[in-house]
Design a protein around this ligand. Structure first.
Ligand SMILES: [Zn+2]
Length: 207
């Protein structure tokens, strides 16, 4: 199985360390990324593959259901928050993109949870987006279940965008206009990428 990955690395090495090695040569001292992408761990939604990016383009955080927690100081192990801090305060990224996706297992776990589902880490984590689920249940309960779930996946992106603003150093930069926040949704069933338009409050096809 790992042979597939070693063969892939050979092709990567030929591409980036062969005749044209300027890209990595230019990045030896540091990464130039000016965009932070927060995406799901799901194997079908790799941000660099979806956007055909080069190494150095995207600073990426991937977690279950592409969630951003609110700014909290209790506890010690803040993986997503520490990546936010590094990207915003050290790399000084100019854009943060949260990319949700269709058929997300993490959001499905949230959706199906009646509050009593037990898992060691997954449910406590995805319940972070409980408000998104409640909004959908309150306003769209007459829609088919699949549409409600899709709406929940999109609402969870909006919830995470709100949580970004609870970090004071993010809110300050957004206010100053030096940092922009974006909500995306990759519909892997349709092969479409949608971008949230704050004016119309709708996710719109980017192509
Ligand atoms: Zn997912």
């Amino acid at each position: 199985m790992t042979d597939k990955f070693f063969e892939g690395f050979k092709r990567f090495k030929t591409s980036y360390f062969g005749d044209d090695s300027a890209l990595y040569a230019s990045m030896k001292e540091g990464q130039p990324a000016k965009t932070l992408m927060i995406a799901c761990s799901d194997s079908r939604v790799d941000p660099a593959i979806l956007t055909d990016c080069d190494p150095g383009d995207l600073f990426t955080v991937r977690n279950v259901a592409n969630l951003v927690p609110p700014c909290e100081s209790h506890g010690d192990y803040h993986g997503t928050s520490s990546a936010l801090e590094f990207a915003v305060n050290h790399l000084k990224v100019e854009n943060i993109i949260i990319m949700g996706h269709a058929n997300c297992g993490g959001i499905k776990a949230l959706w199906d949870d009646d509050g009593s589902t037990q898992s060691q880490f997954i449910h406590p984590w995805v319940r972070m987006a409980e408000r998104a689920k409640r909004r959908v249940k309150a306003t769209m309960s007459d829609l088919p279940a699949s549409q409600q779930l899709k709406a929940c996946e999109q609402e969870a992106v909006l919830e995470s965008l709100q949580n970004l603003l609870t970090f004071p150093w993010i809110a300050e930069k957004v206010e100053a206009g030096t940092l922009r926040l974006h909500g995306w949704y990759f519909d892997l069933a349709e092969g479409e990428l949608l971008n949230f338009d704050p004016k119309s409050k709708q996710f719109k096809n980017v192509i």
